[in-house]
Design a protein around this ligand. Sequence first.
Ligand code: 5GP
Length: 123
Amino acid sequence: MSEDTLFAKIIHGELPADIVFQDELVTAFRDINPVAPTHVLIVPNAAIPTVDDVQPEHELALGRLFSAARQIARDEGIAESGYRLIINCRDHGGQEVFHLHMHLLGGKPLGRMHNPPPPTALV
Ligand code: 5GP
């Protein structure tokens, strides 16, 4: 597993970030390019590249992602209005940074997530 990702550097304090939560298992910081009034990335401190690399020993940290999301949503004042949690995996999932992370998005109505592709032309 690579320890060289941007997010590993943020976790270890080698790159600046607006950290909103950190404990022994996860770190959460504001996305540099937010797409919603609240856009926080919650990452396991262990360098797990993608969801496809998850192992049973990661389960505690991955559960903590959700506990942290709940707490951060409360701290941000969006728990009642609601929010969206997203984890992208690899190319078709749109993953850009290969250190598993959960997006916490909220602070405005986000609409429906599923955007169906255009119908395939009949041949
Ligand atoms: P992905 O597409 O991999 O699920 O999401 C990666 C996210 O990381 C993007 O939303 C992007 O804006 C964010 N990001 C990329 N580089 C940095 C950085 O250096 N600092 C912070 N805080 N966010 C970053």
